[in-house]
Structures are given as C-alpha cells and as structure tokens.
Design a protein around this ligand. Structure first.
Ligand SMILES: NC(=O)c1ccc[n+]([C@@H]2O[C@H](COP(=O)([O-])OP(=O)(O)OC[C@H]3O[C@@H](n4cnc5c(N)ncnc54)[C@H](O)[C@@H]3O)[C@@H](O)[C@H]2O)c1
Length: 666
C-alpha cells in the first residue's frame, strides 16, 4: 500500500502483524505502576475504544501486557512501517494545504532522527508526547487527509475528538494537552491519568507539532551563553579559553555544546545515556567524548591553555564532574545544568552513585528509594557547585527546575532571605530583561517543500529584512539585532538542520511581521516553491506563564497567574492561526506552567498577509503589555514604541510608586 493510501486508511480494519521491540531505538523508560486493578481494566477499556469489537480479545491481552511491561499502552502493533520524516508537502494526501502542512510537522516530530523516543511517540524532554498511542496518530492523520478548510480538528491530549464545522478563518486544528482541573495537576496525577489514556504531557513543541530539532534551542542557548559571557567579562573580552560546564545531551540540552562552540568557549557536557551520547557525536553536535574523569580534567586544562573552541561530552554523571573539577582546581567560568528535572522521578535525573541501568530499574521497582537517591544526588551536586561559585563561577538555572527540585531536596540553594534561590535563572538574568521584555523570542519557520534551497532563500530574505530594520533600530535593541543578524548569517555554515527544513531566528514583533510578509511575497512570486509554516517555541514573550522560567522576571506577584498564556492562545486563534495549542506542563513540569503556541501557514495569498500582520502583532505585544504592567523597564520602552506604530493599540500603563510612599505604612 502506498504512503498516501496508508494515511487515508487510518486505523486498519485488519490487525497488522505484531511488532518486535527494536532494541536499537532509544525507548522511553518504563513508567511506574500506579493504577489499581479496576483502573487497569478502565485503561484497557479506554484503549479498546479505537477498535472494532472483533479485535478486542487479542488486543485486550496485548494492551494488558504493554501496561504491565511499560506502564503505558502505546499500541506498538499499529506503528506504521513507512519512514517518518517531514516529506515534501505534495506527498501528503488531502483537500487542505493547511492540513497537509500540519501532517508535515507531525511527521517531523516523530522522525527517528529527531524524536527522543519515537516508538513511544515522545519527541523530547522524556515525556513530551505528540500522541499517547499509535491509534491516535493514525486517526489524526486520516482526519487531516479528509478535512476541508471549513472544518476544525479538535485534539484532546493526543486524542482526535473529531472534525467540527467551522469557517475558513478558523484554525484548522485546536490542540489542548494535559489541561486538568488544577487540584489534579501533580506529577502523580500525570502518571495516573496518562496511564488511563485520558491525558498527556505535551511539553511545548512536542504536542503542538512545532519541534524543529535541537536547532530550535541552539539559537536561544547561544544567546544565553554569549550574554552570560558578557556578564562575566571583566574588560569586554570574548569567551575564548573559558569553560562552560553543564549536563544533558538530550532534546534541548543537546544544543549546549553546539551553542558553546558558536559562542567560542570550551564546553563540557555530562550525559549518562550512552545511546544519546553516540547520537550527538554522530550528528556532529559534540566534538569529543571522554569516559574517564582524570582524562577529562587533563583535556580541559589543555584546552584552556590553548584557548581551544571545543565541546566535550563526558559519558557519566554531572555530579562527579563538578566534584572532580573542584578537587583538581579546574576553574569553571560558566555553569549550568540541563538534566530533565521537570520530571525528576521518572528518568529526568539520574542520581550519582548508581549506574544508568540500575537507575532505570530502581525508578520502577523501588520508586521510594529512587526518590531518595535523586534527592541525595541533588544535595551533593549543589554542594559541589557551591564550592565553585565561592571561587567566582557564574552559575545559572537553565529553566529545568534544578533549583526548585534541589531546594525541595534540602540542598543548600536558598538565599539568605529564605525565599529566593542563591542563583538566578537564565530568564531572570538574561532572557527576560534582554529579550522577552523587548519582544524578542524564538520565531521560526519551516519550508514545507522540504527543499534546502528554499531554506537558503528564506535565510537570505530574513537577513536582508533584519539588516534593513537595524538601520533605524533604537540603541536599546541594537545588540539584539546584531546578534540575530550574525546568527542568520552563520546559520547555513553551522549546519543546524536535523529533520525538517527549518530555521529559528530570534526576532521582535516588527522583525517577525516583516520577515513573514517577505516570505509570503516570495511564495507569491514563485521564488519559494511551497508554503511556509510560521511558528515559535512556547518559551517566548507571551506564550508561557511559568513562575520559575519564562515569567520568572515578573515581580508584581502575578507570576503565579496564567492569564497571559490563555489570552494569547485565544487571541491567536481568532486572528488567523492555522493551529493553536495550549498545554499544562512543558519544561518545568505538570502543574508548574501553562504554555501555548501556534502554527501559521503562509501560502502567498492576500489572506495570509492579513492574518500574519494581525496575529503576529498580537502574539508578541500581548506579553509585552503584561510585562510592562509588571513594571519591567524594557517592556515599558517596547510597548510605548508599539503604540506609536499602531494607533489601534491602547495599553494600560502602570504608574510607578516611590519607595518613600510605602515607608511606615504597616
Ligand atoms: N535548552 C533550553 O533552552 C531549555 C530552556 C528551558 C528549559 N530547558 C529544560 O532543560 C531540561 C532538559 O531538556 P531536554 O529536552 O534536553 O531533556 P532530555 O530529557 O531530552 O535530556 C536530559 C538529559 O539529561 C541526562 N541526564 C539526566 N540526569 C543526568 C545526570 N545526573 N548526569 C548527566 N546526565 C544526566 C539524561 O540522560 C538526558 O539525556 C528540561 O527540563 C527542559 O525543560 C531547556
């Protein structure tokens, strides 16, 4: 059967043959057994809803096995045999260009070269799911291949509820992931309701079909490392010869060594998982791998002497590196951590002192002991980090809930006031005040032709647009503009593409609108051969409410609210987004964040031009308005500028209060 026929078929009426569990693939860790007997029966009953009754006897047995073996029902048997990758848009069956573009994005999120656990439909972050099971995937693709532009596909946490009549201006797909009644939003609730098959953790760009491989994060990470370097520079010197120590070579963390190379420093990145380390080596995302701590220390000393720009993977536990470098007096200039501590008990963090394999068993068979090991390891890690920072290391939290979980584990991370952490997060110090408050965020696009030539053209167009804008940019954003232009100029040479022909480029509202408009024109003129999908990471100016990350530099008390993210997705949906998504969880964990995103298909039409102008302007300025109301200086500047450009924008501005007024009030 052709690829197109398989898509159109959806869930096959006859059972495909059983699949063997491919050992070479990086599989999701076993999930803990949380369901009671009755709940397990309910999980099976839920899973069988997708299938004809005649298959129930066979599938009930099989799904019960999967639940026992893996803690979830993935329905492995139904994983299609065709190769998953972002095929040129013309290869997808269907009646709607927009729907075909969405299929292109979904396939990319499940590509074996892109996804972290492709057979479990997990794109990144250990549990960032596109779908909960293969039946949902098959049905969704079928709906997309059937739908027209007067229908909207409704996605409930990976489950396609169905096609509903709408209108041409409505989004083609509306996605919700992990939306829970707030009281049922703890980590264990995810384990339970995900095992029941009624919700999923969509991370950010996994469940919203907007992942573009580690490139998506390389740019943000480069900006972070560069600016962290500027923070520690005594005389404006570059990062050459300085050491950045961190951990994780996974979905996002894998971008760190590449970013370190682009920023021009020595990067040491510890990773416990040998498979992932090999993947990053083979992709050229790290230069060298070392497995022995003494050898590592020597290698780093040599790299420092020679001021090498090099990235080194240490196959082992990050805790041991911090300790070794303290013992051997290896000075760490910049330090961070990108283990997946938003998911601490189920494989996000591997404790020191026990092997990777032992951990994988213990987290399932003895979760209580595993939890203690994780906590102990975090205390050890922080103790070692504190020794380095006492000597001058600049350590920052990378938005992975490191400080939060370390504090919960009783590690020595609290500031003297007992409320704040000793160290800032990268958003508090860098990303928030320097980027988000001015509207700069991870704008991205994907060429659905799948043709690298188109991507090259878009890079050139975007660069030209930014250079034009920079000519009249105010001094407040000159550094940003320069960094972003440099990024896009080096993008081709840095060979960032893994998966779809995609590009990330930090830009503000003006940049995003003008670049998108130029792309739309280029499609209209035939200069670019197929539609372009615009999008962004949820980790942006307006998309995400997350008190310890994206909104950690909001100091008016509102960082624990989620109005901005909800307003954003509603606003995007009626201003022209092709699809919208809103998630509970992502990055820092379930119940800790609400985040949303969009996808927008540009097809060269006048309609697309109207949509992009209206939606992108809102999508950035919503967050700036909120950041301004929180009295953030950069946002005050940016929103006033936006109001000058757009007379229909009228934002409520805060009056600042003198400290003296508050003195002696209570
Ligand atoms: N890169 C960014 O810009 C960014 C931004 C915000 C948040 N984050 C956060 O960073 C974290 C990592 O994201 P990811 O997508 O790379 O997750 P991931 O799960 O794909 O990768 C984390 C990696 O850390 C490794 N690891 C775990 N414990 C370790 C230990 N003790 N020592 C060495 N290696 C260990 C794991 O094996 C895994 O490969 C997440 O919590 C994410 O939300 C990243």
């Amino acid at each position: 059967m052709t690829f197109q026929d398989q898509i159109k078929q959806g869930i096959p009426s006859e059972l495909p043959s059983k699949k063997t569990y491919e050992k070479a693939i990086n599989h999701a860790p076993k999930r803990i057994d949380v369901l009671s007997k009755e709940e397990k029966e309910l999980a099976i009953r839920n899973a069988l809803r997708y299938f004809d009754k005649k298959h129930h006897p066979v599938l009930a047995q099989e799904f019960a096995e999967e639940l026992k073996e893996y803690g979830r029902i993935y329905m492995y048997r139904f994983r299609p045999d065709y190769k998953f990758y972002a095929r040129p848009i013309k290869e997808y069956p269907g009646n709607s260009v927009q729907a075909k573009a969405i299929m292109h994005m979904i396939q990319n999120n499940l590509d074996e070269a892109v996804a972290q656990h492709p057979h479990e439909l997990i794109t990144y972050g250990g549990n960032g799911a596109v779908f909960q099971n293969w039946a949902q995937y098959l049905l969704t693709m079928k709906y997309l291949s059937e739908m027209n532009d007067e229908q909207t596909l409704i996605m409930y946490s990976g489950h396609p509820m169905g096609l509903f009549p709408s209108n041409t201006n409505a989004p083609r797909v509306v996605v919700t992931n992990g939306m829970m009644i707030p009281n049922y939003s703890k980590q264990n609730d995810w384990e339970k309701y995900n095992a029941l098959g009624v919700t999923q953790y969509g991370q950010m760009t996994a469940g919203s079909y907007m992942y573009i491989g580690p490139q998506g994060i390389v740019h943000g990470t480069t900006i972070t490392v560069l600016n962290a370097g500027r923070k520690i520079a005594k005389n404006g010197e570059p990062l050459a010869g300085k050491l950045f120590l961190t951990s994780g070579l996974g979905g996002m963390s894998g971008a760190q060594p590449k970013a370190g190379n682009i920023a021009g420093c020595i990067t040491v990145c510890a990773e416990v998982n040998p498979k992932i380390t090999e993947i990053r080596l083979s992709q050229g995302w790290i230069d060298e791998k070392i497995t022995d701590l003494n050898e590592l220390a020597l290698r780093v000393k040599r790299a420092k002497e020679n001021k090498e720009v090099v990235s080194i993977a240490f196959l082992g536990n990050i805790v041991e590196v911090w300790e070794k470098f303290a013992e051997q007096n290896v000075y760490v200039d910049l330090g961070s951590d990108q283990t997946s501590l938003h998911n601490p008990w189920a494989g996000g963090y591997y404790p020191a002192g026990i092997s990777f394999e032992e951990s994988n068993v213990m987290m399932v068979e003895n979760p209580k002991l595993f939890k203690e090991k994780v906590k102990g390891s975090l205390r050890r890690q922080v103790a070692a980090i504190n020794k380095h920072t006492a000597k001058g290391t600049y350590f920052f939290d990378y938005g992975n809930a490191f400080l939060l979980e370390a504090s919960r584990a009783g590690a020595d991370v609290m500031a003297e006031n007992g409320i704040d952490f000793k160290y800032s997060s990268y958003v508090q110090d860098i990303m928030g005040p320097m980027c988000f408050d001015y509207g700069f965020g991870p704008f991205r696009w994907v060429c659905t032709s799948a043709n690298p030539v188109d991507l090259e053209k878009t890079d050139a167009i975007a660069c030209e647009v930014l250079e034009e804008i920079r000519k009249n940019s105010p001094k407040e954003i000159q550094q940003q503009m320069t960094d972003n232009i440099q990024w896009i100029k080096g993008a081709q040479e840095n060979k960032l593409v893994v998966g779809s022909q995609a590009r990330i480029l930090y830009a503000d509202a003006e940049g995003r609108v003008k670049i998108a408009e130029a792309f739309n024109n280029a499609i209209k003129n035939g200069e670019i051969s197929a539609p372009i999908v615009l999008g962004r990471d949820h980790h942006d100016v307006s998309g995400t409410d997350s008190p310890y990350r994206e909104t950690s530099n909001i100091y008016d008390g509102s960082k624990f609210t989620a109005d901005m993210a909800i307003q954003n997705v509603i606003g995007d949906s009626f201003r022209g987004a092709t699809w919208v998504s809103i998630h509970n969880g992502g990055g820092v964990g379930w119940g800790e964040v609400i985040n949303g995103g969009f996808g927008m298909v540009l097809d060269g039409s006048l309609e697309a031009k109207k949509r992009l102008k209206s939606m992108l302007f809102w999508d950035v300025n919503n967050g700036i308005a909120r950041r301004n109301w929180a009295r953030n200086e950069g946002a005050d500047f940016a929103i006033k500028r936006a109001m000058e450009v757009e007379p229909n924008l009228k934002v409520t501005l805060p009056n600042l209060v003198d400290d003296s007024i508050l003195k002696d009030l209570f």
